[in-house]
Design a binder for this molecule. Sequence first.
Ligand SMILES: NC(=O)c1ccc[n+]([C@@H]2O[C@H](COP(=O)([O-])OP(=O)(O)OC[C@H]3O[C@@H](n4cnc5c(N)ncnc54)[C@H](O)[C@@H]3O)[C@@H](O)[C@H]2O)c1
Length: 313
Amino acid sequence: MAFATRQFVRAASSAAATAAAKKLIIKHVTVIGGGLMGAGIAQVAAASGHTVVLVDQSDEILKKSTKGIEESLKRVTKKKFADKPEAGAEFIEKTLKNLTTSTDAAAVVHSTDLVIEAIVENPEVKNELFKRLDKFAPDHTIFASNTSSLQITNLANSTTRQDRFGGLHFFNPVPMMKLVEVIKTPMTSQKTFESLMDFSKAVGKSPVSCKDTPGFIVNRLLVPYMMEAVRLFERGDASKEDIDVAMKLGAGYPMGPFELLDYVGLDTSKYIIDGWHSLEPNNPLFAPSPLLNKLVAEKKLGKKTGEGFYKYK
Ligand SMILES: NC(=O)c1ccc[n+]([C@@H]2O[C@H](COP(=O)([O-])OP(=O)(O)OC[C@H]3O[C@@H](n4cnc5c(N)ncnc54)[C@H](O)[C@@H]3O)[C@@H](O)[C@H]2O)c1
């Protein structure tokens, strides 16, 4: 019995060692899209010792992204190294040394282990980008999308590396939010999945895994919840102010659903719910809201336009 157990343990640990040896250790990262999300992802990857190339369409945009990263690093450092300003300055210097920028994605992916796409939420534009980069990236390179609402499987199908393709869904603001949803499509290999989980941990996040289902975990629960709040208000059952107070004081949420909708952007929420509604027209959780549609048509998109459900002027 003891001999059999020892043999089993030895076999299992050698199998684990072989699997681990096969995993890709990600060192060089290319982040495409230097907006809100891409800049944050580039920052946390560079801060954790990866070499990062951040790509966007113009030097002007990249200058803005870099400035944003520098300011964010200063904020992080003030907290993290409150008593050690010298160590803080060294941390910023090291992080920025790991980060370069480019406007030519095809020219930089030849030496990258992982491409993280964080460009505009448009399937045609994303597919075109992945299809082009597939020709230039080495065989071992893993592709990942940060999309919030598109199917990872469809994006993977624009390449010839469906087994080395997954979702890496970060949250806004990236340097603050601890979660990453790692999305495994039916074609994503176990090795790719494990490499993406390891990378998420290496950048200081807590990864969870989810299949390629609309909204993954967080948005699948959050978006229908926010839409249900809008429907409650539309029926006249409660005021938006009272719904917000109720969810903060009764459920302990940091923001009420209308405050959250205004923060996320009403156009973004409408885009997500419309997409899901077209996939599952009979699902009442995904039904569009006349009030949300009206506010978006009036360009009242939330905080970013100065008015949504609330006024911010
Ligand atoms: N904003 C959020 O809260 C959030 C959260 C999680 C995931 N996401 C997802 O992340 C992605 C990016 O969102 P964002 O809020 O950072 O958008 P954003 O508009 O702030 O940034 C997008 C950037 O991509 C650049 N870009 C567009 N097309 C490009 C191309 N072909 N090549 C290189 N750069 C290109 C734009 O110039 C822009 O700088 C989207 O897929 C979105 O669904 C957003």
